[in-house]
Design a protein around this ligand. Structure first.
Ligand SMILES: Nc1ncnc2c1ncn2[C@@H]1O[C@H](COP(=O)(O)OP(=O)(O)O)[C@@H](O)[C@H]1O
Ligand SMILES: [Mg+2]
Length: 312
């Protein structure tokens, strides 16, 4: 088991269930584990029957949970940038910048950026106190592409920084004659934001591509769309040289006398054969269809044992 584990896959396939079961298995093995979810639909609060929030809460021996509200994070992210800018820029231009930031907030990339920053921030601040952090949300394809464009992005941000510095330098020279210009170049907020962005992306890339410590599990169901989407995600991670720990095939119908279910099982088996070929380089883990929701510690313990028996 690696130190930082992400669970990815299409909505509804069983990410939250698998991540919780995995985290529980990790805790049972004696490792202090932090489980982080950003999902508000089928949440950790439902699974563990406890009210959870952004502050870590102990759930079981060695198991702690955090539930993050992705919308709230995006809002805080934008507020932070707005505050930073309005404190240090000419008030006449601030309104215009605020408007632009608000527009950025409704654009899809901003939500992802905010969440990505939060994930990286959690890793940085919490990893010291835990043996393992399990995320029930993986960075999306879009965020990963940003990371994969890192070299381009770095050149671009570096050139922006250079340009910004040259402007600031002119103010610095001018301020020798006009001291009131000093505030124009000291602690420039734009430069700070650019530099922080560059460092954040570099840090994120370093963490995600650290094959010794970080790994991804994909949860899929034996169905066409789920397989297709995961195939795309796996290729992105392979291109980025990110470690894939395994493919969890969820909701596999157990052997049965029932005619209807036997027929469904046959259809599933065909898909499972496809999965075996498509993802032949990775361990494939099978999770049976349960006769109940994955909720409550008893069901989760069963789920967790089946998972633990198949992972190393
Ligand atoms: N193996 C399974 N058998 C029966 N129900 C399952 C199984 N795995 C997940 N579920 C149920 O399916 C629903 C979606 O699972 P969830 O883990 O929330 O998916 P995701 O996080 O990918 O959206 C939940 O109601 C959960 O209880
Ligand atoms: Mg979920």
């Amino acid at each position: 088991m690696k130190k930082i584990i992400f669970f990815g896959g299409k909505g509804g396939v069983g990410k939250t269930s698998c991540a919780s079961a995995y985290a529980l298995a990790s805790a049972k093995s004696g490792d202090k584990t932090l489980l982080v979810s950003t999902d508000t639909a089928h949440s950790l609060s439902d699974i563990f029957n406890k009210k959870l929030g952004p502050k870590e809460k102990k759930i079981e021996e060695n198991l702690y949970c955090i539930e993050i509200d992705a919308d709230e994070e995006a809002k805080k992210y934008i507020e932070g940038i707005k505050k930073n800018i309005s404190e240090s820029i000419d008030p006449n231009v601030v309104e215009e910048i605020k408007k632009q930031l608000e527009m950025a907030y409704v654009s899809p990339g901003t939500q992802e950026n905010a969440l990505f920053d939060k994930i990286m921030d959690l890793i940085e601040t919490k990893i010291g106190g835990y043996k393992r952090i399990v995320f029930d949300t993986a960075p999306t394809g879009a965020t990963l592409r940003l990371i994969s464009l890192y070299t381009l992005l770095e050149d671009w941000i570096t050139s922006l920084i250079k340009r910004r510095k040259s402007i600031l330098n002119k103010f610095e020279i001018a301020s020798k004659t006009f001291p009131e210009l000093e505030k124009k170049y000291k602690d420039d907020p734009v430069l700070k934001i650019l530099e922080k962005r560059r460092i954040d992306i570099l840090k994120g890339r370093k963490i995600l591509t650290d094959k010794g410590n970080t790994g991804f599990y994909f949860v899929i169901t034996p169905e066409k769309l789920s397989i297709q989407e995961t195939d795309r995600s796996v290729k992105i991670l392979e291109d980025l040289n990110i470690s894939i720990e395994g493919i969890i095939v969820n909701r596999v119908i157990p052997e049965t006398e029932d005619e209807f279910l036997s027929q469904r099982r046959k259809v599933q088996n065909e898909k499972i054969e496809e999965i075996k070929v498509l993802f032949k380089e990775y361990p494939i883990i099978y999770m049976p269809l349960f006769d109940s929701e994955v909720e409550g510690i008893d069901t989760l313990l069963k789920y967790s044992k089946i998972l633990a028996d198949q992972i190393s």
